[in-house]
Design a protein around this ligand. Structure first.
Ligand SMILES: [Zn+2]
Length: 374
């Protein structure tokens, strides 16, 4: 009896208690109580061990190495830039590439479309600061300056479009790292996809042409019909479009302009897909913003949007980062939700602040979505 109890206390097998019998009910009650406490203690301890060990990575910020949980100071209306950088910083393949020494050997100094490696150098330094240094936040001043040197729109400190910045940055990195023999770069290998458009001429002969286009992101027009979902946006993107008479298409077989029907499909899918929810309408007088809630999934199946016969594999993507925008374009604010590669927890990167973000990842203010192929 006592032996059993000792065994329980040392936690050898708590279940043995249920089959313990005693001739004295008092002793039994006493032992039951004692043992119950021991069992509770053991259970709590047993439960706690895996819990606490699994929460260790949650607190990455306490570790010396901040693993990318590093804020970016606002230099004056530069949240658009900070938000775009935080989205890209959490694309693990891109970050790992810039943390390696390999990028340095790939710089294309002769490409007139690039920045002779300046933007790539500053981006690599920034990734190294954000992922390998022990700082709560840093000032992305050098990248800001080098980008502004090549794109006038980013000179000064007025609010700009985060998507435009992200697009420019990826383009500059692509040109800086482009292999002239095949026009590819680590950027194009990660982010570029292709669509294919089937264009049918509306003559009796119904000539069909296929046109392929590269894309670095997919612009999603917010649908007027329900449901307001990213999947609906993609369905609309690939819906049959009948060219209006003033944009007639030149049919190479009829050798004249014809009315046409066009249907677009996804053809080659990128490893990292960027979706831009088109919230801003840039008018000649003013810019308006559509604030509607467009639902987006954590897991996006792109298989229905791929041209038939092209790929029999399912194409599943996981959401890894969201750039959000609140307020109006001129007076608004950008910030980012991104999933950390090590613990799969979401964090909110809001200029110099980085906090755990456990809910509302699907958010009305989403503007740019980054999905990673599984
Ligand atoms: Zn034709």
């Amino acid at each position: 009896m006592y032996q059993n109890f000792q065994q329980l206390k040392t936690g050898s097998n708590a279940l043995q208690l249920d089959i313990t019998e005693s001739s004295s009910s008092n002793i039994k009650r006493h032992i039951d109580n004692e043992v119950t406490i021991t069992v509770e203690h053991e259970t709590r301890r047993k439960r706690k061990i895996p819990n606490s060990s699994s929460t260790v990575p949650d607190d990455l910020r306490k570790q010396k190495d901040r693993h990318g949980l590093c804020g970016l100071k606002n230099l004056g209306n530069t949240c658009f830039m900070n938000s775009a950088i935080q989205c890209l910083s959490n694309v693990s393949q891109l970050k790992n590439f810039f943390l390696s020494d390999y990028w340095h050997q790939m710089i294309n100094h002769k490409n007139p479309l690039g920045t002779q490696g300046q933007v790539a150098q500053d981006y690599a330094d920034l990734m190294s600061d954000m992922w390998l240094s022990n700082k709560n936040s840093i000032t992305p001043k050098r990248l800001k300056t080098s980008v502004a040197n090549f794109a006038e729109i980013f000179t000064g400190y007025s609010q700009q479009d985060a998507h435009e910045f992200m697009h420019f940055l990826l383009d500059a990195l692509h040109e800086d790292l482009k292999d002239d023999t095949n026009d590819s770069s680590p950027i194009s290998k990660l982010f570029y996809g292709r669509t294919i458009s089937i264009i049918t001429c509306v003559s009796k002969k119904r000539h069909v042409e296929q046109v392929e286009d590269l894309f670095t992101y997919l612009p999603l027009t917010i649908p007027t019909e329900q449901p307001l979902t990213v999947q609906q946006c993609l369905t609309n993107l690939s819906a049959v479009q009948i060219a209006s008479s003033n944009s007639e298409w030149f049919c190479s077989k009829c050798r004249k302009k014809r009315q046409s029907k066009k249907q677009m499909y996804l053809f080659d899918l990128p490893r990292v897909l960027i979706l831009q929810i088109k919230r801003f309408n840039y008018g000649t007088q003013s810019t308006t913003k559509i604030t509607k809630f467009v639902q987006y999934p954590l897991e996006l199946n792109l298989t229905p949007f791929i041209i038939k016969g092209q790929n029999l594999q399912e194409m599943i993507y996981d959401l890894i980062a969201v750039c959000l925008h609140t307020g109006s374009l001129s007076g608004g604010h950008y910030f980012t939700y991104a999933k950390h590669e090590r613990n799969d927890q979401w964090y909110c990167f809001n200029d110099s602040s980085v906090t755990l973000q456990q809910q509302d990842i699907i958010n009305q203010n989403a503007y740019i979505l980054l999905y990673k192929q599984r």
